[in-house]
Design a protein around this ligand. Structure first.
Ligand code: ADE
Ligand code: ZN
Ligand code: ZN
Length: 261
């Protein structure tokens, strides 16, 4: 996601924290964040270039057309180093944070900022796209009249267009609308989003598997190279994005609540 998608994910999450988790997050956030997780949710993007090894941790691409995610096959960087993908990163930073309150050599502030960011990214369907087109980055399309690539349409353009058209250019209004849907439209599903099997603290394999299915069914569908994407595409995909932002926020909170519970 871009700035807005991450901010919404983190706002949803922070509002759902238990007292224990809210307290730990408050202790771990850097002072300049003013206890606002959403203000540092894109920190991981800003350090991508200085910390080059982290750039593979934002996504987990899969072979084209299979539409499934397999950890052993797909979670590696371009050099084939295993566990270097968004799913491995979520597991790793979750494990690091479980040492909160103990002696640890890890920087748990960084671990929190990475986890909050990657939990958002794993819910962007094209962050579990195809290796062959780098999750849509090499597919050039038109977003209405402007040149774009398909990945960026999903990271930012759909969300920005929604804010312009439906939310008075106010990200807070879009956030509130998603919040309302979590308590009304999706209230029966939220417990399923939060749950992991057995004793897992987080279950990013599940999130990535859903993501690659959405990539096939909604992101790549009717969006080949040179396509012009406009109202039909925008209006039918926006509900998917709203749902993925909601799930990302709910699951970030659920993971942090289990870590610090
Ligand atoms: N680079 C390669 N694949 C990518 C993806 N799916 N998302 C973002 N950056 C990428
Ligand atoms: Zn992206
Ligand atoms: Zn990212």
């Amino acid at each position: 996601w871009g700035e807005e998608g991450h901010a919404i994910t983190c706002k949803i999450a922070q509002a759902r924290l238990t007292d224990a988790a809210a307290d730990a997050v408050k202790q771990l956030l850097p002072a300049y964040a003013n206890n606002d997780l959403s203000s540092v949710c894109t920190w991981a993007d800003r350090v991508k270039f200085a910390l080059r090894w982290t750039s593979a941790l934002h996504y987990a691409d899969t072979p084209p057309k299979l539409c499934n995610f397999q950890y052993a096959r797909d979670c590696k960087d371009l050099n084939g180093v295993k566990d270097r993908c968004v799913v491995g990163a979520i597991n790793n930073y979750t494990t690091q944070l479980l040492d909160y309150g103990k002696d640890t050599q890890h920087n748990l502030t960084q671990a929190l900022l990475f986890l909050a960011h990657y939990m958002g990214d794993v819910h962007q369907p094209l962050h579990t796209g195809f290796t062959t087109d780098k999750g849509g980055n090499t597919i050039d399309v038109h977003w209405y009249t402007r040149k774009q690539n398909l990945h960026h349409v999903w990271d930012a353009n759909i969300i920005e267009t929604a804010e312009e058209r439906f939310y008075d250019n106010n990200i807070e209004e879009y956030f509130k609308d998603i919040q309302k849907n979590i308590t009304k439209t999706w209230s029966d599903e939220v417990a399923d989003w939060e749950a992991c099997s057995s004793d897992e603290t987080t279950c990013p394999n599940v999130y990535a598997s859903e993501g690659v299915k959405d990539a096939c069914q909604y992101a790549y569908k009717d969006a080949p190279e040179d396509a012009t994407l406009e109202d039909d595409y925008f209006l039918s995909r926006l509900p998917i994005i709203s749902l993925r932002l909601a799930q990302g926020g709910v699951r970030l909170a659920a993971t942090l609540n289990r870590i610090f519970g």
